[in-house]
Structure formats: structure tokens, C-alpha cells
Design a protein around this ligand. Structure first.
Ligand SMILES: [Zn+2]
Length: 129
């Protein structure tokens, strides 16, 4: 028996219960570990199917269970919490952007310093069209 054949037979058994293909049935009949697995699976299925509890819940049981559960979170709550988590990063980005804009803005002094010399300006005025 190969591990692959065992896995295929067990998978078919778990999916189909008593209804397995001929190949899986032959494998289960000839492979002792898989036969033991099938026997345990059948015992568990029968145990669960035959299980009966003597306690019958009253009419308010479902309401009490629902009331004991934490309140369901709405989509708006999740979005608010996510936005609050991102707030420090957003503030840091705003500060960086503000500093970058403030440092990058030209002042009158820096503009005057970047003007071409008087000779260049005179040449442009004389030769420009
Ligand atoms: Zn097997």
C-alpha cells in the first residue's frame, strides 16, 4: 500500500461516509491501518448520530446565549479603529510634508541670489526678440 493510496481512500471515506468507490473499498479491505481508520470513523459517526441529550433548552436559551456574546462589531467600528491606528503615521507624514514645503519655498533673498548677473540680463534685453 502506498501512502498516496491510503490518503486517497481515507479522503474518499471522510467525504462520502459509507459511499466509497470500488477502488477505495478494495483498499480499505486490504490495508489494515486504513481498515482501522475506517472502523474508528464509523464508530465516531454512529456515536455522534445516536447521541441524545436529556436536557431540552427552554425558549429563552437562544436569547440568553446571544445576549452573553460580545456585541458584533460593525464595519464602521472597524474602520474607526483602523483610522485611529493610522493617525500617528498620518501626522508624521503631514509634518514631513510641511517641513519639506517650508524648506523648499524660495525666499526673496534666495530668488535675488539666483538672478543672472547684470551683464547677462543686459545681453538678453539687447538680443532677445
Ligand atoms: Zn491504506
Amino acid at each position: 500500500m502506498t501512502a498516496r493510496a491510503c490518503a486517497r481512500a481515507r479522503d474518499e471515506l471522510l467525504r462520502g461516509g459509507d459511499r466509497v468507490s470500488g477502488g477505495a473499498a478494495r483498499h480499505l479491505a486490504t490495508c489494515d491501518p486504513c481498515a482501522a481508520f475506517a472502523a474508528r470513523f464509523a464508530a465516531a459517526r454512529h456515536g455522534l448520530r445516536d447521541h441524545r441529550t436529556p436536557v431540552v433548552p427552554d425558549g429563552g436559551f437562544a436569547a440568553r446565549v446571544t445576549a452573553a456574546l460580545p456585541a458584533a462589531e460593525t464595519g464602521a467600528d472597524a474602520m474607526s479603529r483602523a483610522a485611529l491606528r493610522l493617525l500617528p503615521a498620518a501626522l508624521a507624514m503631514a509634518l514631513l510634508l510641511g517641513a519639506w514645503c517650508w524648506l523648499g519655498t524660495s525666499t526673496p533673498a534666495s530668488l535675488a541670489a539666483s538672478l543672472p548677473s547684470d551683464d547677462v540680463l543686459a545681453w538678453v534685453l539687447e538680443n532677445g526678440s
